[in-house]
Design a protein around this ligand. Structure first.
Ligand code: F6P
Length: 318
């Protein structure tokens, strides 16, 4: 049996821990493992290298992905996927493990529909998959955002300002939501909640009247750019409003304990599922349990917004 592993789409802290878990579990079962570099692009370009027990030494703590990653336009086409499937056959790769987000797992599904044996592991800082409570990289991204909120709060307090902090997540507001709760943000602008900027500004002014010297507003990138919000909030509140886009620092750094563990379990379960001949699935964590859910079903599950977190954060930040 020969397994291939690749990382695809935006990198996420913990991907290396997942690669390590896949390789070490496979070797434990005497299965050959090949690393496919630069995601689906590397598959098409045949950038395929054997991995051994030493290839994944000293990587559990490293951010990024040792296999590197890409977003391939050609693989998104029918011809691209067929070419990818042909490369797997040429190299005798019986099963392919794909670590990535929504787009990457949809690529996995397409390969499966072409007759390949695939298994997905959710790796993205966005936490935007309905099938898993958490995705690899999310916890580290939130921790990075939290660290930044603390630093920005120091200067925002000193100057009695408002600061709008923009975080990543595509159409999902989870990074803003979770770091907003733990960072004590005074307001949040999320794609899942209809934005009433007047109400947000009124809330900030009520806080100011009560003696609050500064405010932090978390903005999820899916709602637009921070500079537009800064301008509008400053106009409405007459308080100097600055903004910060945390950008790519959210994708880097050493993975947190949560992400290393999540990745280790998911990588292990991915190989075990293939041994049980359960391919065409994605390893997810649901209510603390690891499951191998069929890809089609998993990708169809709607992402449920944690309204409870939003409501509690609103109560606590008055
Ligand atoms: O999906 C991960 C993510 O970091 C999103 O949060 C963000 O919108 C996007 O990738 C950025 O992509 P790129 O690396 O192509 O700029």
């Amino acid at each position: 049996m020969r397994i291939g592993v690749l990382t695809s789409g935006g990198d996420a802290p913990g991907m290396n821990a997942a690669i390590r878990a896949v390789v070490r579990t496979a070797i434990y079962h005497n299965i050959e493992v090949y690393g496919i570099q630069r995601g689906y692009s590397g598959l098409l370009e045949k950038e395929i290298v054997p991995l051994n027990v030493y290839s994944v030494a000293d990587i559990i703590q490293k951010g990024g992905t040792i296999l590197r990653t890409s977003r391939s336009d050609f693989f998104a086409t029918e011809a691209g996927k067929k070419a990818g499937a042909a490369v797997l056959e040429e190299y005798g790769i019986d099963h392919l493990i794909i670590i990535g987000g929504d787009g990457s797992l949809n690529g996995a599904l397409a390969l499966e529909q072409l007759g390949c044996s695939v298994l997905g592991i959710p790796g993205t800082i966005d936490n935007d998959l309905g099938c898993s409570d958490y995705t690899i990289g999310f916890d580290t991204a939130v921790t990075t955002a939290l660290d930044a909120i603390g630093k920005i709060r120091d200067t925002t307090y000193s100057h009695n300002r408002i600061n709008v902090i923009q975080v990543m997540g595509r159409k999902c507001g989870d990074i803003a939501l979770y770091s907003g709760l733990s960072g004590g943000a005074e307001a949040m602008i999320l794609p899942e909640v209809e934005t009433d900027l007047d109400a947000i500004c009124e809330r900030l002014l009520i806080g100011k009247d009560r003696g609050k010297l500064h405010s932090i507003v978390m903005l999820a990138e899916g709602c637009g750019d921070y500079f537009d919000y800064c301008e509008k909030i400053q106009e409405k509140t007459q308080v100097i409003t600055k903004g910060t886009n945390l950008g790519y620092i959210q994708r880097g750094g050493s993975p947190s304990n949560e992400d290393r563990n999540l990745a280790s379990f998911m990588g292990y379960h991915a190989v075990e599922a293939l041994i049980r001949k359960e391919s065409g699935r994605v390893i997810v964590k649901q209510k603390g349990e690891f499951l191998a859910v069929p890809l089609l079903e998993a990708l169809d599950m709607p992402k449920i917004f944690r309204q409870d977190i939003y409501d509690i954060a609103s109560i606590l930040s008055i």
